[in-house]
Ligand binder design. Structure first.
Ligand code: TLP
Length: 350
């Protein structure tokens, strides 16, 4: 692993991972070319591998999850369209409003159960074709669902949503930033999760330990359009094999180990559940994300996070009362025990 700049136990996100030594070696030895001319062999190999992994025609390497979502939104719709998305989705909350500001879309947020839409809710939101209404052309789902706690949407639920999409001539897109966490939690092939969506993205830089990159996957025509959209957004890359090389290792070697992150998240959540004044919903801890509520301790999540920092632990807040911790490569059971001890200490002193 590359060297870390701090001694903190960093549970802010699974984006803070460092590349493995094998990844660093692969970067050093990657065969390179100009990817705008489609001449980077390492990028081409990664894109083919990604397409095959998800059982789709083609794939496109982009710089980030946010760029992947934006490129996909724009390539699935036209300006002025309405897009149905989940009310707590990353696209709606954390992507600087690009869905409207850049893609020119009207986002229509719908509630859900732990991130999974109730198909009837979609049906109710759909509007008839009428001169007054925008065209609704896209449904977006998020799997695993970040703000709901890393919760998993099952293939059966995706299929039910896709039936409605097909009947109403809508595209179905999946923000699968952490789709491999979903596949590992369900003990299933990721193809079962991609089968019923038209296209999706996943992140190399979350959980899989790559320093940079996300990949959009779908039909050939869609990916060609996405390639051009990426260029519009200034995302055409040149010797991008330096990004792609660790991506190949991620897909080949870093997926099965996600189970360890899930076990550590579970151990953390169970420890937290035993801590007086701390509330955690164990049903929502399905993958590598743990949210817990500190309201009963009489302090805000911000205050709790600064106390954690004083004790060598980094975390994020979700809202006024909720703290988020994410397990990842580099975090082991010993770290979880250390974090639980630190929390026990903090709580005793409040
Ligand atoms: N999520 C990050 C932060 O932005 C909150 C995190 O630490 O969880 N989709 C989903 C479901 C995501 O969780 C994220 C990143 C993205 C898209 C965007 O990816 P990046 O950060 O690569 O632009």
């Amino acid at each position: 692993m590359g060297s870390r700049i701090t001694e903190f136990t960093d549970l802010r996100s699974d984006t803070v991972t460092l590349p493995t030594n094998e990844m660093l070696e692969a970067i050093k030895n990657a065969e390179l070319g100009d990817d705008v001319f489609r001449e980077d062999p390492t990028v081409n190999t990664l894109e083919e591998l990604a397409a095959t992994t998800f059982g789709k025609d083609a794939a496109l390497l982009v710089t980030s999850g946010t760029q992947a979502n934006l490129v996909s939104l724009m390539s699935n719709t036209k300006r002025g369209d309405m897009v149905l998305l989940e009310a707590e989705s990353h696209i709606y909350w954390y992507e600087v409003g690009a869905v409207s500001a850049i893609a020119g879309l009207l986002p229509w947020p719908l509630g859900s159960t732990l991130g999974a839409f109730d198909p009837e809710k979609i049906q109710t939101a759909l509007r008839p074709k009428n001169i007054h209404f925008p065209d609704t052309t896209l449904i977006c789902i998020e799997n695993t669902h970040n703000r709901h706690g890393g919760t998993v949407i099952t293939p059966r639920k995706i299929e039910a949503i896709s039936e409605i999409a097909k009947t109403n001539d809508l595209k179905l897109y999946m923000d699968g930033a952490r789709i491999f966490n979903a596949a590992v939690a369900l003990k299933t092939d990721v193809k079962r999760l991609s089968k019923h969506v038209d296209n999706l993205m996943f992140c190399l830089s979350k959980g899989l330990s790559c320093p940079v990159g996300s990949i959009v996957v779908g039909e050939t025509e869609f990916i060609e359009k996405a390639r051009k959209t990426r260029k519009t957004l200034g995302g055409g890359m040149r010797q991008a094999g330096v990004i792609a090389a660790p991506g190949i290792i991620a897909l080949e070697k870093m997926i099965n180990r996600l189970e360890e992150d899930h076990q550590n998240a579970r151990a953390l959540a169970e420890g937290l559940a035993k801590t007086t004044g701390v509330e955690v919903d164990l049903e929502k801890v399905q993958t590598n994300i743990v949210y817990f509520n500190v309201h009963k301790l009489g302090i805000t999540s911000e205050e709790f996070v600064s106390k954690l920092k004083e004790n060598g632990v980094l975390a994020l807040t979700r809202d006024k009362n909720t703290v988020r911790m994410v397990t990842h490569y580099g975090i082991e059971k010993v770290h979880i025990d250390k974090v639980l001890d630190a929390i026990e200490d903090i709580v005793k002193k409040i």
